[in-house]
Design a protein around this ligand. Sequence first.
Ligand code: NAD
Length: 293
Amino acid sequence: MKLISGKTIAADIRETLRQRIESLKEAEKRLPKLSVILVGDDPASATYVRNKERACAQTGILSETIRMSKDTTQQALLDVIYRLNADDTVDGILVQLPLPAHIEASEVLMAIEPGKDVDGFHPVNVGKMMTGMQALLPCTPKGVIRMLEAAGYDDLSGMRATVIGRSNIVGKPVAQLLLAKHATVTTVHSHTARIAEVCAEADIVVAAIGRPKLIGADWIKEGAIVIDVGINRDEHGKLCGDVDFEQVKDKAEAISPVPGGVGPMTIAMLLENTLEAYAEHEKGGRGHGSAAV
Ligand code: NAD
C-alpha cells in the first residue's frame, strides 16, 4: 500500500509558493494579499481562520482578518465585500462559512468579485470549471486532484472513479475535475441503492460524506486508489476520515490518511489560488489564473 501523504505534498507546494513570494520581495514587487472575513464566534471557524492566517504568514502572503459580530447585517457584510472588491491591494477574498442563519450565504458568495474568489465558489468560477475554462478552482477538490497527480495518477483514462457525496463544495466539483482528467465518473450519495457494491467497482474512490469510518473493506476493490476527504471524530473523540483506514489499507493500492491527507492540501490550494489571483491582477485583468485541470 502506498500512503498518499497530503501533508508532504502540501509542504512541497507551500515551499514552492514561499520561494515565489521571496523573489517578489527581492524584486520589490507588491505582495499578494488575502482578506478573510469571519462573522460570529464559532470556535471551529475561528481555528480554521487562524490556520489560514498562519499559513499565509509562513508563505509570505499578506493577510488580514476582518472580524464581524454574529449580529452583523447582511448589508454590512456585503458593504465590506464591495470595499474589498474595489481595493487594489487585495487579491483574494474569503468569507469563512458557515454564516449566521439570518445571512443568505449564496448572496454573499455571489457578491465577491470572481477574480478574487479564492475559494472558487462563485457561480462564474463554477461555470468556468464546468466548461473547462480557466478558473479559480475550489480548494478541496483541487487538492484531491493534486494528490492524485503527485502520487503518479495523472491521466485517468480508462479508470472508473466513484465520488461518494454530492455537496457543492466537495462532491460535485471533485466529480467534475475527475471527468476532466478522463476518468469515467459515478457519483453516489445518501439516496443511492447498493452503494457499497457500486463503490466496489471503482478504481478510484473519493469519499466526502462526513460519516466516521463508514467505508469498510467491502466498499473497496482490491488495488483501488482511495482519497478520504472526511473529517470526523471517532467514538474516542479522535480525528478520523469517512474511510475505515485500518480495514481498507491492505486492500488499496494507495490511500490518503486522516489527519495528514486532504486537510493540508486545502490550505495549500488556498495559498496557491491567492497567488494565481494576484498574478492575474498584476497582469491588469481580473481574470482567473489557474488552468482548469
Ligand atoms: P455535506 O454534508 O455538505 O455533504 C455530504 C454528502 O454526503 C451529501 O451529498 C450526502 O448525500 C452524502 N452522504 C451523507 N451520508 C451518506 C451516506 N451514509 N452514504 C452515502 N452518502 C452520504 O458535506 P461536505 O461539505 O461535502 O463535507 C464532507 C466531508 O468532508 C465532511 O466530513 C467535511 O468535514 C469534510 N471536508 C473536508 C475538507 C478538507 O479540507 N479535508 C474540506 C471540506 C469538507
